[in-house]
Write a protein that binds this ligand. Structure first.
Ligand code: NAI
Length: 328
């Protein structure tokens, strides 16, 4: 189609924004035939920096980029949006309690959800990247009663891609040979990365790896703590890999997941796998006809269910805390 898709990116002047916008404008997210109109939302102090990024977007002369606009108002930025990438969030400051963090983010994601409810296009798809991503997505969704809850997703794809890379390295194969990993639960250090149904080179991953101790003691913590390892090494948090994961998430959502393989998505629970209905949890998902569906009927071992339950327990605590604060 030649009608441009309107993509709003919040936190556009941040480091993920800088790694994300150019790839969206190049066609990496929506494909080589879809023009995009970018809307950048920032807080007033960062609008000038966003203007600098917009100048660079102009200077790339991307054939698919039909315009860039900058806003410091959520209502304007989300008017007729088709794809909303909610990246900007309040980071945890020194001495900040969890309640303070959740309250500060509620003040961002509540109004943004309301603005999406008011003005977004009827096909709007929302990906929340800003942390705590699952609970921020829950807050935004709860302020958008007219938008189906399944349109509000949280990003588990960076964890998913990290898991693919770790498995490929261990097995000595290319990442393209690895599929059907699942990141269950919360995007946090308590996530549960699961290889029980993963496939490596057409064979079951558990028998290819054949080392349960490595999976439990090395693979799971490496994936779950990778964000901290990147900060330690780079002196800054994951940015290009986070932007890449956001691109992968939206591309699969819009264009479909490859036949026979699934990915990990923070999606509203329908009660599957013992996850309380309404929580936004990591699940194995496929995208069909532009909609995410939770892969059903996978066998879950007792130890896997215990790992899922721990992570989901953290989501329940976060939900109860934001409920207590009146944020949902
Ligand atoms: P950053 O600090 O470089 O950029 C954040 C930007 O958001 C800043 O430019 C800030 O001005 C803007 N911002 C703050 N409040 C805003 C609001 N109300 N409206 C619009 N913009 C607002 O941070 P970075 O590295 O780009 O990360 C962004 C978020 O992504 C963080 O919350 C981070 O924890 C999260 N993250 C999530 C990952 C995931 O896998 N889900 C992976 C990596 C990062």
């Amino acid at each position: 189609s030649t009608t441009p898709v309107t993509v709003t990116v919040t936190g556009a002047a941040g480091q993920i924004g800088y790694a994300l916008l150019f790839r969206i404008a190049s066609g990496a997210m929506l494909g080589p035939d879809t023009p995009v109109r970018l809307r950048l939302l920032e807080i007033p102090q960062a609008v000038k920096a966003a203007e600098g990024t917009a100048m660079e977007l102009d200077d790339c002369a991307f054939p698919l980029l039909s315009g860039v606009d900058i806003y410091d108002s959520a209502e304007a930025a989300f008017d007729s949006v088709n794809v909303a990438l909610l990246v900007g969030a309040r980071p945890r400051g020194p001495g900040m309690e969890r309640g303070d963090l959740l309250a500060a983010n509620g003040g961002i994601f509540g109004p943004q959800g309301a603005a999406i409810n008011k003005g977004a296009a009827s096909d709007v798809r929302v990906l929340v990247v800003g942390n705590p991503a699952n609970t921020n997505a829950l807050i935004a969704a709860s302020h958008a009663p007219d938008v189906p809850a399944s349109r509000f997703t949280a990003m588990m794809r960076l964890d998913h891609n990290r898991a693919l890379a770790q498995l490929a390295a261990r097995a000595g194969v290319g990442v393209a040979a690895v599929s059907n990993v699942t990141i269950w639960g919360n995007h946090s250090a308590k996530q549960y990365p699961d290889i029980a149904h993963a496939v490596i080179g057409g064979r079951p991953a558990p028998s290819v790896i054949a080392d349960d101790a490595w999976v439990a003691d090395t693979f799971v913590p490496t994936v779950a703590k990778r964000g901290a390892a990147i900060i330690e090494a780079r002196g800054a948090s994951s940015a290009a890999s986070a932007a890449n994961a956001a691109i992968d998430h939206v591309r699969d959502w819009v264009l479909g997941t490859p036949e026979g393989s699934w990915t990990s998505v923070g999606l509203v629970s329908d009660g599957s796998y013992g996850v309380p209905e309404g929580l936004i949890s990591g699940f194995p998902c496929v995208s069909r006809d532009g909609q995410w569906e939770i892969v059903q009927g996978l066998s879950v071992s007792e130890s896997a269910q215990a790992g899922i339950d721990v992570s989901v327990g953290e989501l329940v605590e976060e939900r109860d805390a934001v409920r207590e604060l009146g944020l949902i």
